[in-house]
Write a protein that binds this ligand. Structure first.
Ligand code: SME
Length: 163
């Protein structure tokens, strides 16, 4: 079961995220490697919901620069400065951003012209340092809401737990 990549689109979102959380923990059992976790979470979340783009931007210069990490989807931008675009703004504020329509977000960085809405969740290590942001793009407007925010913030708790 842990080896499968599940399609969870038919489930209510809260149930889908609960399943994903259990699945991620099962697959990563005994693993203490943030890059392996980023790759695994990107694959599972991307295919569970058939998103357009799903992945991580890692903090490579705290307060200044994000660089692309493990992801699924079409080619992502490599570097994003703190304060730029949705990812850089979420990183600067260290808070989740839900953007219903990316065309209305000043300074949105377009990596794939099909992207219509987006959620970006900060990722913290056990010392509460920002290590990355988790970015998901959809080809539909208004694809993300409070259940996605709750589910994804809980999922990102993997990186904050001491192992
Ligand atoms: N849309 C993002 C850029 C990253 S990609 O979409 C993969 C932004 O404005 O931060």
């Amino acid at each position: 079961m842990a080896e499968e990549t599940l399609d969870l689109r038919a489930l209510p979102k809260a149930d889908a995220y609960a399943q994903l959380d259990g699945h991620v923990r099962a697959v990563l059992e005994g693993i203490d490697d943030p890059i392996a976790a980023m790759a695994t979470i990107s694959a599972l979340v991307h295919h569970a919901f058939s998103h357009l783009w799903t992945g991580f931007y890692r903090v490579v210069e705290p307060g200044r620069l994000l660089r692309v990490g493990p992801y699924q989807g079409t080619l992502g931008c490599l570097d994003i400065e703190f304060g730029k675009g949705v990812c850089g703004t979420a990183a600067s504020n260290a808070t989740t951003l839900v953007v219903a329509d990316v065309a209305q977000f000043p300074g949105h960085i377009t990596c794939d012209a099909r992207s219509q809405s987006e959620i970006v969740v900060p990722v913290f290590d056990p010392k509460r340092r920002l290590i990355a942001v988790f970015d998901i793009d959809s080809d539909r407007k208004n694809a993300f809401g409070p259940e996605d925010q709750r589910g994804l913030e809980r999922l990102m708790g993997w990186f904050a737990r001491k192992r």
